[in-house]
Ligand binder design. Structure first.
Ligand code: ZN
Length: 139
């Protein structure tokens, strides 16, 4: 389309004069195509990236805390580990919704799941131990 410089009416590209007012269009170039309209490539660090890293860290933390729980404060360590594992899984799921896939996401999910299960076992052992101590104290 050629826009008339005089009355702003659109004319055919090959028109030499405006169909509305008759003004010469020869010096008016067709509307330039916007070369900047091409979309920018998707960033490699999206909102899912931070979440998946946080999920991975939480998963590892829950495993480590559960491991510590084997030796000391099983009940407390198990509880913290379970919470970290659940939050890790939630973050991994959220990252998945943000389009985060691949090895990093799988690693974060597996670490969080292992941490959650491991910590849950330690937590239950902690409860049994505490119950044993309490019942032993009543005698
Ligand atoms: Zn015109």
């Amino acid at each position: 389309m050629r826009k008339c410089p005089n009355c702003s009416v659109d004319n055919e590209d090959n028109a030499k004069f405006c169909s509305n007012c008759g003004a010469a269009l020869s010096n008016v170039s067709p509307a330039p195509t916007d070369i900047k309209a091409t979309p920018a490539p998707a960033p490699t660090t999206g909102p899912g990236e931070g979440k998946v890293i946080a999920a991975l860290i939480l998963g590892i933390v829950s495993i480590v805390i559960a491991f510590i729980g084997i030796f000391v404060a099983s009940f407390i360590c198990g509880l913290i580990g379970v919470v970290c594992g659940i939050v890790g899984i939630c973050l991994a799921a959220s990252a998945y919704k943000n389009g985060k896939r691949g090895g990093m996401f799988i690693a974060a999910l597996i670490c969080s799941l292992i941490g959650l299960i491991f910590a849950a076992v330690i937590f239950i052992i902690g409860i049994i131990m505490m119950a044993a101590i309490v019942s032993a104290g009543t005698y």
